[in-house]
Design a protein around this ligand. Structure first.
Ligand SMILES: [Zn+2]
Length: 335
């Protein structure tokens, strides 16, 4: 994860700077030649040169793009993954290391002392009220305007958004949506969300090692996986999924179930256009050691987590419009 030398975004940025520097130098040389031909007093020449050079540099200097703003949502109304604090931390680290975006959170940790009732036990009414309040604050139509993308990192259940349709319309207007793992186990009662993300959680068998088929080895989200990449995780089986409506990234051709590995289509990661917006989903990310190369108690080598971080960072960058790639479905719709 520390090696950014192969990052195509960084390479493009370098190329942009180099080009604009060349333009600036060319301008400066032309300017000096031009000044020599002018019949103006030396002080006047100096002033004019100052103004022109200032304008030239202002025009040609590379615009340092401000980091994009991302809202990370980790609230849960169903099962709560123990990997959520790890996911929150890793996303903050990726934001900082890449410099591409900053993170804000819509988070409620149900075990925080503030949610204890008089009997010392968790007061679920207090937790629910806090979830409602944080989503009302950060995900209203007005609040969403300040973000460029939203990440659902292991959210579950029917979340009390202030305005479901406003959320979808916000993505369609040209924003980004990224979902990890149980993002597809979110909003069972909101078909518009399932249509947006591209599928819904059906079930999962016991955790197992899988070797996903890399459907787009050229794209930045998958380029680093190579042919033999394997991961040990809880692998979802997805329903309400249509391969003709997404750009497939990782998939399996057998059911991810050691007791019944029967042939079929079992998608793992995909991306898609949604109106003018961009949606990236990966079902990986149940386990802490998939998110974090430094997690102590592990079944995955640290390289698996490093590859996962590259996978999600490229997905986030693409969703933010910072990365170009083909997101059209590989498979034509069968009418
Ligand atoms: Zn899980």
């Amino acid at each position: 994860m520390r090696d950014r030398s192969l990052d195509p975004g960084a390479k493009n940025e370098f190329h942009r700077r180099e080009t604009s520097l060349r333009i600036t130098v060319t301008w400066a040389v032309a300017l000096v030649k031009y000044m020599k031909t002018l019949n103006v007093a030396p002080l006047g020449k100096l002033l004019l040169a100052g103004i022109l050079i200032g304008w030239t540099f202002g025009f040609a200097a590379p615009a340092q793009a401000a980091p994009k703003k991302v809202l990370v949502v980790t609230v849960t109304k169903g099962f709560r993954h123990s990997s959520i604090p790890t996911a929150e931390r890793v996303l903050a680290e990726l934001a900082k290391e890449s410099g591409a975006f900053t993170v804000d959170y819509a988070r409620v940790e149900p075990n925080d002392p503030e949610f204890k009732g008089a009997d010392g036990k968790r007061d679920n009414a207090k937790v629910d009220a806090a979830i409602k309040a944080v989503l009302a604050e950060k995900m209203s139509a007005a609040a969403l305007k300040k973000y460029d993308a939203v990440i659902f990192a292991n959210t579950t259940g029917d979340l009390p958004l202030p305005d479901n349709q406003a959320f979808l319309d916000w993505i369609k207007s040209g924003k980004g949506f990224v979902g990890m793992h149980s993002a597809t186990d979110t909003f069972p009662g909101f078909p518009g969300y399932t249509e947006m993300i591209g599928g819904h959680f059906k079930t999962h068998a016991a955790q197992l090692e899988v070797q996903p088929i890399n459907q787009d080895p050229q794209c930045p989200i998958c380029a680093h996986f190579g042919k033999d990449w394997k991961v040990f995780d809880e692998i979802y089986q997805i329903k309400d999924f249509d391969p003709a409506k997404v750009h497939g990234l990782l998939t399996l051709d057998r059911k991810p179930d050691v007791r019944d590995p029967s042939p079929g289509i079992y998608p793992i990661a995909w991306c898609k256009e949604y109106g003018k917006g961009r949606v990236f989903y990966t079902s990986l990310g149940h386990r802490e050691d998939v998110w974090d190369p430094a997690w102590p108690d592990r079944k995955n080598p640290k390289e698996v987590a490093e590859a996962y971080q590259k996978h999600i960072l490229a997905g986030i960058r693409w969703a933010l419009g910072l990365e170009k790639m083909n997101a059209k479905p590989q498979k034509a719709a069968v009418e």
